[in-house]
Design a protein around this ligand. Sequence first.
Ligand SMILES: CC(=O)SCCNC(=O)CCNC(=O)[C@H](O)C(C)(C)COP(=O)(O)OP(=O)(O)OC[C@H]1O[C@@H](n2cnc3c(N)ncnc32)[C@H](O)[C@@H]1OP(=O)(O)O
Ligand SMILES: CC(C)C(=O)C(=O)O
Ligand SMILES: [Mg+2]
Length: 513
Amino acid sequence: MSERVYFFDTTLRDGEQTPGVNLNQEEKVEIALRLEQLGIDVIEAGFAAASPGDAAAVRAVAKAVTKPMVVSLARANKGDIDAVIEAFKGIDNTGIHVFIATSPIHREKKLNMSKEQVINKAIECVSYAAQHFTHVEFSCEDATRSELEFLREISEKVIEAGATVLNFPDTVGYTTPEEYSELFQYILENTKGVEKVILSCHCHDDLGLAASNSIAAIKAGAMQVEGCVNGIGERAGNVALEEVAALLETRKDYYQKDTGIVLKEIAKTSKLISRLTGVSVPPNKAVIGNNAFTHASGIHQDGVIKDKSTYEILKPETVGFMETKLVLGKLSGRNALKKRYEELGYTISQEELIDLFAKYKDLADRKKEIFDEDIIALLETKSAAEHQTTYTFKDLSLQVLPNKNYRAFVHIIQKDGSIIEGIGEGNGPVDAIYKGIDQGLNIENDLIDYKIKSISKGKDSIGEVFVKIKSGDSLFQGRAIHVDIIFASASAYIEAINRLISIHPKYAVAETK
Ligand SMILES: CC(=O)SCCNC(=O)CCNC(=O)[C@H](O)C(C)(C)COP(=O)(O)OP(=O)(O)OC[C@H]1O[C@@H](n2cnc3c(N)ncnc32)[C@H](O)[C@@H]1OP(=O)(O)O
Ligand SMILES: CC(C)C(=O)C(=O)O
Ligand SMILES: [Mg+2]
């Protein structure tokens, strides 16, 4: 049978210790209500002794939620404990979290206390707290740099004094999965009265091991895991609770643990906390990052199109995200391109796909991100090419003249494959190019309109050029799209000229030139 793991969320206390984060009462209440939806068992709402504002927020949170137990942190001194008692006066389902450091470094350098003094302080404070609360968590701060025997000794004493939860924090993210699991095994095997309490783990991520250490503790017998949504917290942060929850769900086959977490609430909770704390979620963050369910490479995209389980161990819907995403880029393959066209409502044959894919790769080499507008534009390029009549733009080069004018050398391909060169000078590059085309093709017309706009997003967006030319009373338009707007400008102009010569007898000769 699966055992239950309790989730203790300290986003509102340790999470608020993230440099630069400051949550007011309203924000704490809003987050707490979300945490309740997420199925958190215990919410640490703050540190009542820290300020009158935090005491008020802790109280407001306790009044706002109904299901989770709400606790406040307190140092091992009467003043801090009294602040918690005061904050929770008259509110049910509240508790206290008392801590004192146990490691030699903290005892000697910070507290200036002997082992005996630390134990006596802990007993005195836990006893006092237990007179006011039925839920009393006691934490051995910096447990992972403390002597195991001392942890056992203080644990036995605080259990006797009335502690109901014992927490062994890896305060500075120093431990490793093997070592942390040995700590829990040692406490479980050697501590008198341990069967009466819940053992808890609390991991910081200084060496990137917070999730591994938490899961090792759970495997070794910890029944409660403490952490913050989005992994925020002091320094490198606390373990990201959503990672532990997703792991226990995904690997239930191995860990066989139940939790009260409503996984589909994860995305909403993460977004709210990111917004209210101002701490953004890195795109590659496990479970909640923007890229966590996004596939970018052709081989992976092909696999996911065939069956999502090839590259997804967790469904995005399970944790409240909308869907698996395939992003088109330089590394995508034909199958992903075809699927995107289909999603956009275009039916593409295999032959068309071969042609489009070549153009797509050419575009992807030039552009960082490919948007839907880009691939639709590729289809349009294709149909423009099909309509192509007499002339096609080949290439050009530009010179800046000493008088700041431009000289353009334009190469145009005729239907029979021969190349025409035109040379033109103008006060800008497009002016010079258009004069070069006119000169090469010996065609007179007036440019009536020239418009340019970007089709998709970003600095490397595709440009669309629209031109209108006039010959006699007739107007002819041309349109072209390309990453290079100079190329697009020349192609659009030549397209307009193709239309002109196709209906203008005067230029019929031009076709056979
Ligand atoms: C591992 C953790 O995350 S612990 C939680 C950390 N969170 C916070 O500190 C946020 C809230 N803190 C605060 O607002 C302030 O630090 C307060 C109001 C709690 C205390 O402020 P001050 O009284 O000015 O003390 P200050 O913060 O400068 O120093 C801490 C004092 O508490 C003592 N102390 C530290 N931990 C404990 C403890 N668990 N039990 C008893 N005393 C402790 C220190 O030795 C120091 O004592 P000293 O003044 O005699 O040297
Ligand atoms: C107060 C304790 C539980 C803590 O946050 C830590 O040791 O990291
Ligand atoms: Mg902490």
